[in-house]
Design a protein. Structure first.
Length: 295
């Protein structure tokens, strides 16, 4: 079975999407529509902006979403997903790709999500850290022992777990995890504690926007970050998406579930190859590749 996977924040690069724009009138149409919806020229920043401009959350999230979704649209009839999943922000790209959300509604939600997360980051200083070389349960137990807010946030692949929370608690957790044998425990250059209780203000704001959005019947199952299994009921998809900002991204478990359910060829749709790198660490025997423009 063909599984399409969609990247999240961190996959952006200067010049992203330009080849799509230059080679496809359909892509041009969607990019111009996006500029109108967002009320600023995101294409200028994507195609010619600096790395610093692209790193702003209000730009990064829509930029990655647009690159992924427009590429899927340009693939046309060859885009026939039998299962989809997206890493964090990528879940919204996946939901447009499998027909649950329209392009317009998906982009509006992504923009609201980015702005709500930015606001939540400004309310209280917070951060994330990558922990390498420890089993998940060791990281989870350590987080519970630390004073303050620190939780497991991204289960990226075996031996790579990202923790998230208050700066002092995350720093303390890194110290303790290093003592427990972590190969590395390093703070990440992010604006806040995504996928942790620190995102509650953003979750509440985004939940209202999700509630007001029409969710259609998917053309194939989506393996959502929260339950890490196949979901096809629009009401359930909606509920899981509302929980996503404060819950962990169970990516390892999602990919394992997709493989168990028959996923044999995984195609990354969007900028970069981050998810293919994680795929190799989750299950090297499964084929993973990038979606590319039809010649």
């Amino acid at each position: 079975m063909k599984a399409y996977i969609f990247p999240g924040q961190g996959a952006q690069f200067t010049g992203m999407g330009l080849d799509l724009y230059e080679n496809s009138p359909l892509a041009q149409e969607y990019f111009e529509k996006a500029n109108d919806i967002l009320g600023f020229s995101i294409t200028d920043i994507m195609f010619e902006g600096t790395a610093a401009q692209l790193k702003e959350t209000k730009v990064t999230q829509p930029a990655i979403f647009l690159h992924s979704v427009i590429l899927a649209k340009v693939l046309g009839a060859s885009f026939q997903p039998e299962m989809v999943a997206g890493h964090s922000l990528g879940e919204l790209s996946a939901l447009v790709a499998n027909g649950v959300l329209s392009f317009e509604d998906g982009l509006k939600l992504v923009s609201k999500r980015a702005l709500a997360m930015q606001k939540a980051c400004e309310i209280a200083p917070s951060t994330m850290a990558a922990v390498l070389g420890l089993e998940d349960h060791v990281v989870e137990e350590t987080c519970k022992e630390i004073e303050g807010i620190v939780v497991a946030a991204n289960y990226n692949c075996p031996g790579q777990l990202v923790i998230s929370g208050e700066i002092s608690a995350v720093e303390k957790a890194c110290e303790v995890l290093t003592e427990k044998g972590a190969r590395r425990a390093l703070l990440l250059p992010v604006g806040g504690a995504f996928h942790s209780p620190m995102m509650e203000p953003a979750r509440a704001e985004l939940a209202a926007a999700i509630e007001a959005t029409t969710f259609g019947q998917p053309t194939c199952p989506v393996y959502q970050n929260v339950p890490a299994n196949a979901v096809t009921d629009p009401t359930e998809i909606k509920k899981n998406l509302m929980l996503q900002l404060t819950a962990p991204v169970r990516w390892t478990q999602s990919i394992q579930a997709m493989i168990a359910d028959g996923g044999t060829a995984f195609i990354e749709v969007g900028p970069g190859k981050v998810l293919q790198g994680l795929m190799r660490k989750i299950d090297r025997s499964v084929a993973a590749s990038s979606a590319s423009l039809p010649v």
